[in-house]
Design a protein around this ligand. Structure first.
Ligand code: ZN
Length: 319
């Protein structure tokens, strides 16, 4: 029986069910929140998150993978409180989110030549011992590359993620910027580090409509994160749906996962602007709009099951 760690402890991967592979409970600038707490009520926010996740569970979703790591305001105590209020499984991550430099904390704690990056050791501890003194273990690794490309900081984090992946077998999710085809640069490092590409989600691939680029990454063995449904400002709803349908037609249903990259609460934007610039950017958009549209375009129930259930289960099932 393959088990996966969640915020409520280990569960059988067979019971993960419908899984959204990239959703955040909270995305916060923690240092800002601590110093400028106006507008933040901890209990209200936890209650609100529970409400939203329970509403998602009612739609038939049983699990979310939450890639909130250092740089995005991870606070495991807050996640445990939320997890206690919902039946939904919350799978938590370790890693580091940056588009350019590493945080100053790591600048003078560098890897000795050829050795394990101290950053990787922290990731390994989160995966094997528990996060911040709790019993909750991370079950996947997360890092990012964006428009600036493979900067020295981004490469250091990716290589540290690969070290932790090699040590523990934990799967990996990389935030990519398909507009500049950064998936290729990621692939190059993953291959150099001998990563198991079947355990890698190239996140935000669904921002792209370039079927050849997507096929190339899928042919390499990676999973494509078609995971920003609702962020229609970047790529339209029609294009996102048409791309998934076309990739299914090309035979890649077993290489895609679906999600929104939404959050119960994100402090990057004033709360009132989100409904204006992204009215469909919420956890239920997939069930309300995306799945019906995919069915209309000929995507079959077995293909939907593959993307929502089988691929996530395989990703979290070890080797
Ligand atoms: Zn995200």
């Amino acid at each position: 029986m393959a088990m996966v760690e969640t915020a409520r402890g280990p569960v059988d991967t067979e019971s993960l069910g419908t899984t959204l592979m990239h959703e955040h409970v909270f995305v916060l600038n923690e240092e800002i929140r601590v110093n400028y707490p106006a507008g933040w009520d901890e209990d209200d926010r936890v209650d609100d998150a529970i409400l939203k996740l329970n509403a998602l569970a009612k739609r038939g979703c049983q699990t979310i993978a939450d890639p909130t790591v250092i740089g995005l305001g991870r606070d495991i105590g807050r996640i445990i409180r939320v997890a206690d209020g919902t039946s939904l499984n919350i799978i938590v991550a370790t890693g580091l989110y940056t588009y350019d430099d590493v945080p100053f904390y790591f600048r003078y704690r560098g890897p000795r030549s050829g050795g394990l990056d101290p950053m990787a050791q922290l990731f390994i501890d989160d995966l094997t011992a528990g996060i911040a003194g709790t019993q909750v273990k991370a079950a996947f690794l997360k890092c990012a590359i964006d428009e600036p490309g493979m900067t020295p900081g981004v490469e250091r984090v990716l290589r540290a993620v690969c070290q932790a992946h090699a040590e523990t077998g934990a799967p990996v999710t990389v935030h990519t910027h398909p507009g500049s085809c950064t998936g290729r640069a990621v692939l190059e490092v993953l291959r150099a580090e001998n990563a198991d590409l079947s355990k890698v989600v190239l996140g935000h691939s669904g921002d792209s409509t370039d079927l050849d680029y997507l096929s190339e990454l899928a042919d390499a063995g990676c999973l494509l994160g078609m995971d920003r449904f609702g962020l229609d400002l970047i790529t339209s709803f029609e294009d996102r749906v048409a791309t998934v349908a076309a990739m299914c037609e090309r035979g890649y249903a077993d290489r895609m996962v679906l999600s929104h990259d939404a959050a119960c609460h994100i402090d990057w934007f004033p709360a009132e602007v989100i409904p204006r610039f992204a009215p469909a950017w919420h956890f239920e958009h997939l069930f309300d709009d995306v799945l019906p549209a995919l069915r209309e375009r000929g995507v079959t129930e077995p293909q939907i099951q593959t993307m929502l259930v089988d691929n996530p289960r395989r990703y979290f099932s070890g080797n």
